[in-house]
Design a binder for this molecule. Structure first.
Ligand SMILES: Nc1ncnc2c1ncn2[C@@H]1O[C@H](COP(=O)(O)OP(=O)(O)OP(=O)(O)O)[C@@H](O)[C@H]1O
Length: 244
C-alpha cells in the first residue's frame, strides 16, 4: 500500500487523519433498462479539520453523495470509507455506528414536534456515543449553550411550531453541532437564514473544524460563505469536475 492508499481513519502521508476516502464510487437509481447513473467515478478525500464545500447545478448528485457519506443510502459500487468504516456492503450495525458519530443538517429539519428546542438539542446528545452516561443537567447546559451560540438563547423552551423556518433551521444546526461530531454533513445549512445568521453558523462550523478536528462536507449555493471552505469541489452531471 503506497502513501496515497491510506485508509480513512488513519493518518496519510501529510500526518492528518483521513475521515473520508471515496474511491471510484458509482451510484444508480432504478434497475435494468431504466437505471439512471447519478454518480460516476467519484474520488474524494476529506481530512480531520477540513471544510469541503460541494457545489453544482440542481440534479448533479450533491444530496445523493452527501447521504451516502453519512451512511443514509447504501453504496453500490466502488469504495466509501468514512470514519474508518467501509460502507460498501456494510451491515446495519456499522451504518448505525457511523450515523451516531456524525452530525446531519438537512433541509427538512426533522425536529421532533413534541419536544422543545432544548429537548431537541438534548436528543442529539443522548444518541451521541461521546455523551454516553452523561447526566441530564450536563446535557441541558450544553444544549442551552449551543442554542445561545445560534442566537436562540431566548427561545430554548419553544416548541418547533412556534418558531420560524430560520429558527427551526438554527435548532437543527444546534442539535447537529452540540455533540461536537467528528464528521458534519450539511445540505444548504444557510438557505433559510439571513446573511448575519448564515455567517454566524459557518463561523461555528469553522470552530468545530479547528478546535475538534471535525471533517465537514457542506452543499451550498450560497456564494457568501464559500470563503469558509478549505476546498470547493464541483459536481456536474454526477462527476467531480473541478477542485480548488
Ligand atoms: N430516490 C430517487 N429515485 C430516483 N431518482 C432520484 C432519487 N433521488 C434523486 N434522484 C435523481 O438523482 C439525480 C441527483 O439528485 P440529487 O438530489 O442528488 O441532486 P442535487 O445536486 O442534490 O440537486 P439539488 O441541488 O436540486 O438538490 C437527479 O436527477 C434526481 O432526479
Amino acid at each position: 500500500m503506497g502513501p496515497l492508499d491510506t485508509a480513512a481513519g488513519s493518518p496519510d502521508h501529510t500526518g492528518r487523519e483521513l475521515r473520508i476516502k471515496v474511491q471510484h464510487l458509482n451510484h444508480w437509481f432504478g434497475e435494468g433498462d431504466t437505471a439512471k447513473q447519478v454518480l460516476t467515478d467519484i474520488n474524494l478525500s476529506v481530512h480531520a479539520g477540513e471544510i469541503v464545500i460541494l457545489t453544482g447545478p440542481s440534479g448533479s448528485g450533491k444530496t445523493t453523495l452527501l447521504t451516502m457519506l453519512g451512511g443514509l443510502r447504501a453504496a453500490q459500487s466502488g469504495s466509501l470509507r468514512v470514519l474508518g468504516e467501509e460502507l460498501l456492503e456494510a451491515d446495519n450495525t456499522t451504518l448505525t455506528r457511523l450515523r451516531r458519530q456524525a452530525g446531519f443538517i438537512f433541509q427538512a429539519h426533522n425536529l421532533l414536534p413534541y419536544l422543545t428546542a432544548l429537548e431537541n438539542v438534548r436528543f442529539g446528545l443522548e444518541v451521541s456515543p461521546v455523551w454516553l452516561g452523561q447526566g441530564r443537567l450536563a446535557m441541558d447546559d450544553c444544549a442551552a449553550a449551543m442554542l445561545g451560540h445560534v442566537g436562540l438563547g431566548e427561545r430554548v423552551h419553544y416548541y418547533p411550531e412556534k418558531l420560524s423556518g430560520g429558527q427551526k433551521q438554527r435548532v437543527a444546526i444546534a442539535r447537529a453541532l452540540a455533540p461536537s461530531p467528528r464528521l458534519l454533513l450539511a445540505d444548504e445549512p444557510t438557505a433559510a437564514l439571513d446573511k448575519t445568521s448564515g455567517r454566524d453558523v459557518v463561523d461555528l462550523f469553522r470552530q468545530l473544524a479547528d478546535s475538534h478536528g471535525a471533517a465537514i462536507v457542506m452543499v451550498t449555493h450560497d456564494n457568501k460563505i464559500l470563503d469558509i471552505a478549505d476546498r470547493v469541489v464541483n459536481l456536474e452531471d454526477g462527476r467531480l469536475v473541478a477542485s480548488a
